[in-house]
Ligand binder design. Structure first.
Ligand code: TXA
Ligand code: MG
Length: 322
């Protein structure tokens, strides 16, 4: 049985206020939300996603007044980033107050907070009157959803309502920046690229895309299985040999030829625009995954600005742990 999909923000806000689970659109990807201050509601998120362990969740706010209640303090560099990039695809990690249940942060002393740049999300958050904890609304380890239909396909039977706000414009998860230590550290490349962040607060430490996504110190050397397609995915340049497989799909950045060796082709941005490619990435991965292919060959994109986040997701998809 699938849950209702609709555009009734008031109804969705009422569900959240009563401990319900609501999937909602943001500019990055769809989130699976629950009242961040209600640990029982938050526990349902982990249950629905089938997460084998408790990962820290991002808390979403529409009102800056919440910052004082969620973070112990808001340092100057955080203020500057907030002024410039919120609402937007930037999550800031800082020491948390006792108001934030430990389940939200998986026991960490810090919490990640962001203000999404999507009118429906902001409307929902304001009406719910509470911060909303939300991971991406996909099953554990799978591709993040960028439409309400994607959410319904994976989680429809587990949640109370899917708020439909169309396709996500950014299409990649938020950039996660840890400001709790001595040096600002990039924990996850995402929808806001590093250059404008460094313009605002100076150099930041970048973690290596090949290490586990945000907690390398807790999972040394472990490769993340996130963002995976069911079909094996391989990163290969045009000059590389194709794998020996009958049905090969191509996930290309720009148009290329010849294409006759491919059973299915997705081009992320015919005009070579990284923002357009990011917005199309997860939906294109899903379409290829539905074609019954033996393997998907993905082309790395230029490793600048949003390209770094796209390559990070492709790399993780290749490293799916069976
Ligand atoms: O764009 C997004 O960020 C989407 C939308 C729904 O907002 N959310 C999302 O959530 O991608 P999720 O749970 O799929 O990824 C959250 C990331 C994880 O990599 C998690 O480890 C990190 O943020 N994170 C959250 N709180 C953290 C904390 N206190 N310390 C370190 N990492 C944290
Ligand atoms: Mg996720």
């Amino acid at each position: 049985m699938s849950c209702p999909i609709g555009t009734d923000v008031d109804y969705a806000a009422g569900l959240l206020a009563r401990g319900g689970l609501v999937a909602f659109p943001t500019e990055t990807v769809y989130g699976l939300g629950a009242d961040a201050l209600d640990a029982r509601a938050v526990a349902r998120i982990f249950e629905a996603k089938g997460r084998p362990r408790f990962d820290p969740l991002i808390v979403h706010v529409a009102d800056l007044a919440w910052l004082e209640r969620l973070f112990c303090s808001v340092p100057e560099n955080a203020r500057r980033l907030i002024d410039r990039f919120w609402p937007g695809p930037l999550t800031l990690v800082l020491p948390k107050t006792d108001l934030v249940p430990d389940l939200v942060t998986a026991g960490l002393p810090t919490v990640g907070v962001r203000m999404p740049a999507h009118p429906v999300a902001l409307d929902l958050l304001r009406r719910a009157g509470t911060p909303v904890a939300a991971p991406s609304a996909n099953l554990f380890g799978q591709v993040s959803p960028t439409t309400a239909r994607h959410v319904a396909d994976q989680l429809g039977s587990q949640i109370d309502y899917i708020l439909d706000g169309g396709s996500c414009s950014v299409g990649l998860e938020s950039t996660v920046l840890d400001l709790s230590g001595r040096f600002p550290t990039l924990l996850r490349p995402g929808g806001l690229s590093v250059e404008p962040i460094e313009e605002t607060i100076g150099p930041i430490q970048r973690s290596d895309a090949a290490s586990d996504e945000t907690r390398p110190q807790l999972a040394p050397g472990m490769l993340s299985s996130h963002y995976a397609t069911r079909t094996p995915l391989l990163l290969a340049r045009r000059e590389d040999r194709l794998p020996a497989a009958a049905r090969i799909g191509l996930l290309a950045f720009v148009s290329e030829s010849p294409l006759d060796q491919f059973a299915a082709v997705e081009v992320l941005s015919p005009r070579g625009d990284l923002a357009e490619a990011a917005a199309n990435l997860f939906a294109a991965m899903r379409r290829l995954d539905a074609q019954g292919l033996d393997v998907i060959v993905a082309r790395p994109v230029p490793n600048t600005s949003l390209g770094r986040a796209i390559n990070d997701r492709l790399l993780r998809a290749c490293r799916k742990v069976e």
